[in-house]
Design a protein around this ligand. Structure first.
Ligand SMILES: [Zn+2]
Length: 560
């Protein structure tokens, strides 16, 4: 008799334990609800209450270039106690007022998409919530207590969604209950959460999980092509850095409609890369190969190896990333691209740099203001840095008879970054490369990085015995707009624009210009003396810009 009672009691206890939520500092329960036919995500959060009766939750009204994010908030209420909920968009917080001395608060809020129609590039960083799926970044999904510790135990409960509604995010895939123990809150705040009709592709690299989550009907490529590119890219990059420390990594890729041209937006986040890609015939897998290789390379160059002074070292974090994007793609034949691709990309980079009107401005002029506002400044560190890396790589290989290369230098930098927390400063870079360099690297660095002078590619090509053409077509628009871009300010005489008939003072009523692209015609609709006419021309000029031949001998010399 006694035994049976004990057994019953034990069962009861077990039953109670199973019903309980796991211990956590914060728990979020998600569900899908409709309010007046509008789909919402409902979050019920359980947190510790502030003893003084005012609990502050942070939820930014402005983030990632988006404003008025409070417009995505719907109904909010305290569930376990009477109280008042106040929104304070200016300070980016929601204030919960409740009786003092309370232990725990249960609070729910509704989140919705606050724009109508198709997504465009403007709205990618706002919550997307419809009856098929949701796509939301952490900072716009979670309200977090303002006094949160640096790391917390978090429970995410998705059990109320139907089984065929895929749940996928920076912290796991297809898990209905996620326990994030001792979760760093900064990393939690920088994450992507998707759910719904996403398709998940999974693989393993040395027992570490990788995945791709995508949805919609892709026009330019097939899911498995994309996943193959991702898997190969990650494998090659991790092998290159000998770094297989990331246990879980995912890429989310959502399509958006776009009529003309292609565009990509991508954000590196905790354990993940979230990207949105135009879904049309202008977009192709080659662009994705570049995007993945460049962006995922930042995991090491830029993220692990950090710039000491952001823009000042963009020649390294963007330029070297660019160089290793081309080199790794070609060395590993990602998507079938090989040494010819490498040569073509080096050639294009040379043309881009030589065509730039600011190709030789000092490094110090690449600063926050002009980098983010001026196209040429925003590109300069990529071009200059990539060609500098190419130059260093070839010189080091040459002087060491192929025993060493720039790879050894960047591995050295990576080791110092992980083991000593070394940041990338200019003095450090000079120091680290000196053992690999034959004589006086400091003046080389001074001239080509600090002062911004172009490296002498003709001498380099001669020295290495590379076949090249000394002249090439480079981009030249040939005219300037007036400040309001409604008329022609001036035209370079005898340029292609001039030959096409454009003259100073012409009014411009339509235009199509692919900046920096010599393969696309410039098309202008002009008005002169009340008469409208159209002109089109290729924006090129011949210039002393050396270009490598794609020849077998060159590929061999360059190590392909
Ligand atoms: Zn980059």
């Amino acid at each position: 008799m006694f035994k049976r009672v004990l057994l019953t009691a034990l069962l009861d206890i077990i039953f109670v334990i199973c019903q309980q939520q796991p211990e956590s500092d914060i728990s979020y329960e998600f569900s899908s609800v409709f309010v007046a036919d509008i789909p919402h995500v409902k979050l019920k959060m359980t947190i510790e209450a502030s003893p003084d009766g005012t609990t502050l939750l942070s939820f930014p009204d402005e983030a990632w270039g988006q404003e008025n994010l409070f417009k995505t908030l719907g109904r909010m209420q305290l569930l376990n106690v009477e109280g008042v909920v106040e929104k304070d968009a200016d300070s980016g917080r929601v204030v919960l007022m409740h009786p003092a001395g309370l232990k725990e608060l249960e609070f729910e809020y509704f989140l919705k998409q606050d724009f109508e129609g198709d997504i465009s590039t403007q709205e990618i960083y706002r919550p997307i919530i419809n009856s098929d799926y949701f796509h939301v970044f952490s900072h716009n999904l979670f309200m977090v207590p303002e006094n949160a510790k640096d790391s917390m135990d978090i429970v995410l409960d998705w059990t109320s969604f139907s089984k065929d509604f895929t749940i996928h995010n920076s912290f796991g895939s297809k898990e209905r209950v996620q326990l994030l123990n001792d979760q760093d809150m900064d990393l939690f705040d920088s994450a992507i959460f998707v759910g719904g009709d996403f398709r998940i592709y999974e693989g393993e690299i040395q027992e570490n999980k990788i995945s791709l989550a995508t949805r919609g009907e892709w026009i330019p490529f097939k899911d498995d092509e994309v996943f193959q590119v991702l898997e190969k890219t990650l494998t090659c990059q991790r092998n290159f850095w000998d770094d297989h420390s990331q246990e879980y990594f995912t890429v989310t890729m959502q399509p958006f409609p776009q009529e003309n041209g292609s565009s990509f937006q991508g954000t590196g986040l905790t354990n993940s890369f979230a990207t949105s890609v135009s879904n049309n015939s202008f977009t192709d897998i080659g662009q994705l190969v570049y995007l993945f290789n460049h962006e995922l390379m930042h995991n090491w160059i830029g993220h692990t190896i950090t710039n000491d002074n952001e823009e000042e070292q963009y020649w390294f974090s963007e330029g070297f990333t660019e160089y290793y994007t081309y080199k790794n793609i070609a060395k590993n034949k990602i998507n079938g691209l090989d040494g010819a691709f490498f040569v073509q990309e080096i050639n294009r980079t040379i043309r881009d740099l030589y065509a730039s009107s600011i190709s030789e401005v000092p490094n110090a002029e690449i600063n926050y203001d002009n980098f983010w506002s001026d196209y040429e400044y925003s590109k300069l560190p990529y071009w200059r840095g990539a060609l500098f890396a190419f130059y260093l790589d070839q010189k080091i290989q040459r002087s060491s008879n192929g025993q060493q290369s720039l790879d050894d230098v960047v591995h050295h930098i990576y080791e110092d970054a992980t083991q000593k927390g070394q940041k990338l400063t200019h003095d450090y870079f000079v120091d680290v490369i000196t053992p690999y360099w034959e004589g006086g690297f400091e003046s080389i660095f001074q001239k080509h990085v600090e002062e911004g002078k172009k490296v002498d590619l003709v001498s380099l090509f001669e020295e290495l015995g590379l076949e090249y053409k000394p002249e090439s077509d480079i981009y030249e628009l040939g005219f300037e707009f007036t400040e309001d871009r409604k008329a022609i300010q001036n035209v370079i005489e005898n340029s292609k624009a001039w030959v096409a008939g454009i003259r100073q003072g012409d009014e411009v009523y339509s235009r199509s210009i692919w900046q920096g692209n010599i393969e696309r015609e410039v098309e202008l609709g002009l008005r002169r003396d009340g008469e409208e006419f159209q002109v089109s021309f290729y924006p090129v000029k011949k210039a002393d810009v050396p270009q490598l031949e794609v020849s077998e001998s060159n590929l061999e010399t360059l190590g392909f």
